[in-house]
Write a protein that binds this ligand. Structure first.
Ligand code: CP
Ligand code: NVA
Length: 306
């Protein structure tokens, strides 16, 4: 049984297979022919944080595949608060065929996976957002036709989204640049974890603070909120530090002329990204959001099928 907790756990071949399957399922859906490969299957969805995209795309994805999904909000289950994580995993795992969980501590996913009799999928933790990175990869695959060698600058906070993109880039051979303010870089342990993943893929990983240099010539410019869920107390300080890392027209001038702009959303318009860029000709943010559905259907079909 396989879980889907971090992209670092998957080989390039496995990631490429999932992307191929996502493209196939998207074509199949567009031509009106969803196949009920998960008929009779139920996904339990545990949310300790809010969501629009993750909740709806998983729920609709299960419907497309012939199954169904159950939403369990933070007040209902109280993962690790009302009931211990091992007990939740063993009880819930006896009712459903897969568990998707959005949590604060990444280790809570490891605990769920350790005790669950069914596959566990990471719907975002403080450390990783692997389903998002797969939707991002799908969006870039549709746009460029291939991923190896593409240059992507991630601009902003060295957070969960940045970490999953780093693992994706390392595995699939991208030229990945991380531009984050001092004190908000991805940690050294994460960069060290990514280094061996890049072996053989031809990936190039660069990180630093010189945002204009790192965005220089990049074919993809990606940003995310400056203040992630759970960090609200730091919002004022982050608003003071991050403005030089805003993705705006001036910064985009340094990127490749036809650069693609991505954002996992929700966007804080006027902070990490301007309206002009989010709604401008480079932006693929809504295609990207919609690709959550197709990327996750591939993950669900792979993990929950007999
Ligand atoms: N990008 C993303 O995960 O969005 P939600 O928080 O709305 O699920
Ligand atoms: N980094 C953001 C992503 C939201 C989808 C957060 O964790 O809040």
């Amino acid at each position: 049984m396989q879980h889907f907790l971090s992209l670092a756990d998957f080989s390039a071949d496995q990631l490429n297979e999932l992307l191929e399957m996502a493209l196939f399922l998207k074509r199949e859906h567009r031509s009106g022919g969803n196949r009920p490969v998960l008929a009779g299957k139920v996904l339990g969805m545990l949310f300790m944080k809010p969501s629009l995209r993750t909740r709806v795309s998983f729920e609709v994805g299960m419907l497309h595949l012939g199954g169904q999904a159950l939403y369990l909000g933070p007040e209902e289950v109280g993962l690790g608060r009302r009931e211990s994580i091992p007990d939740v995993a063993r009880v819930l795992g006896g009712y459903v065929h897969g568990i998707m969980a959005r949590v604060f501590e990444h280790d809570h996913l490891h605990q769920l996976a350790q005790w669950s009799p069914v596959p566990v999928i990471n719907g975002l933790s403080d450390a990783n957002h692997p389903c998002q990175a797969m939707a991002d990869a799908l969006t870039l695959l549709e746009h460029f036709g291939s991923l190896r060698g593409r240059s992507m600058a991630y601009v902003g906070d060295g957070n969960n989204v940045a970490r999953s993109l780093l693992f994706l880039a390392a595995r699939l051979g991208l030229d990945f640049r991380l531009a984050c303010p001092p004190g908000y870089q991805l940690d050294a342990a994460t960069l060290a974890q990514a280094a061996p993943l890049a072996e053989g893929s031809g990936a190039k990983i660069t990180s630093g603070e010189d945002v204009q240099a790192l965005v220089g010539g990049a074919e993809v410019v990606y940003t995310d909120t400056w203040t992630s869920m759970g960090q609200e107390a730091e919002a004022a300080e982050r608003r003071r530090v991050f403005p030089p890392f805003q993705v705006n027209d001036a910064l985009l001038k340094h990127a490749a002329p036809n650069a693609v702009v991505l954002h996992c959303l929700p966007a804080h318009r006027g902070e990490e990204i301007t309206d002009a860029v989010a709604d401008g000709p480079h932006s693929r943010i809504f295609q990207q959001a919609h690709n959550r559905l197709h990327a996750q259907k591939a993950i669900l079909a792979r993990l929950l099928r007999d």
